[in-house]
Design a protein around this ligand. Structure first.
Ligand code: ASP
Length: 295
């Protein structure tokens, strides 16, 4: 039997001091929600969905409720994940009017397709009884205000988890890059770009400049680094460095190897992260990598 492990993040970005606690608490709650599923015998997909739903429902994060608005002042979302056993994935992009895009991605995963977009994704969500809502119900006053002032505060949420059977799931959910063009889609719903998982190696989820991440297929690159070095911390650092060197840009990533050992790294100023492994009584959280050293 495999050791359980989970790691989540709240996005590569700058976190103002007044918002550090909310980021830490939100990530802790998400990690614990996933952990509860794992301990109850749930699958990696159950745990990933539970963790990401917590982050989507929390207006602190740019996903689900509280997503950034696109150029036209609407919320459009992308989410997806991959399962490391048969290299299966499921995702939605440019979806509007659903409360939890990750749960729609899960239903896509259970079908033949890997990605549904826009109206098609919405209709599919409606068909299986997902929680739908008016498009505007996902807009918070704070995000509307930021949009009016043309403040961009992009980011994504993500999760990587391993269950008792050694199955790894890795995924992400986002409201996009803030004031992005209607219909613009970044790395988040694409396997190999926003996330990747392979049971014999590990799983990874990305956040940051989506165009740059996608152009270098950064999640797959990161997993290849892990397979070479066997060291998730080093693989994450090397992936972010590769992005910087090849195309530039800001990003962050979280990773688990196939034994549940975690790694994370970011070149953005901050990134909230929480994780829990079997030797821990509860999850721990940080808002940037340098905070972890004193743990
Ligand atoms: N990667 C996301 C996107 O480009 C945004 C982010 O993570 O900051 O849609």
């Amino acid at each position: 039997l495999s050791a359980l492990s989970i790691i989540v993040h709240g996005g590569a970005k700058e976190i103002p001091p007044a918002k550090r606690r909310a980021h830490r608490d939100g990530c802790l709650r998400a990690a614990e929600a996933g952990w509860t599923k794992l301990e109850a015998g749930g699958t990696a997909v159950d745990a990933l969905e539970a963790a990401i739903r917590v982050l989507e429902d929390d207006p602190t994060f740019n996903a689900g409720y509280g997503s950034d608005l696109n150029a036209e002042g609407e919320v459009q979302m992308d989410a997806g994940f991959m399962h490391g056993k048969e290299l299966k994935s499921g995702a939605v992009a440019y979806i509007q009017g659903v409360k939890n895009p990750i749960s729609v991605a899960r239903r896509v995963f259970e079908q033949q397709e890997i990605l549904l977009v826009g109206d098609g994704a919405y209709l599919f969500a409606k068909e299986f009884g997902a929680e739908i809502c008016p498009k505007s119900a996902l807009i918070t006053e704070e995000k509307r205000g930021e949009w009016e002032q043309e403040l961009k505060q992009a980011s994504t949420v993500g999760c990587v988890v391993i269950d008792r059977d050694g199955n790894i799931a890795a995924g992400a959910s986002t409201g996009g890059t803030g004031s992005n063009r209607r219909g613009r889609v970044g790395d988040t719903p694409m396997p190999g770009c926003g996330y990747y998982a392979e049971n014999s190696i590990g799983g990874v989820a990305m956040t940051g400049d989506g165009e740059e991440i996608a152009r270098v297929v950064l999640s797959k690159v990161a997993i290849d680094f892990l397979s070479q070095s066997g060291n998730p911390e080093a693989a994450c650092a090397k992936a972010i460095k590769t992005l910087q060197q090849k195309v530039g840009g800001e990003a962050g990533c979280i990773m688990l190897d196939c034994n549940g050992k975690h790694g994370w790294h970011h070149n953005s100023r901050d990134m909230a992260v929480a994780y829990r492994t079997e030797d821990m009584k509860k999850a721990v959280a940080f808002t940037r990598k340098s905070e972890e050293a004193g743990r």
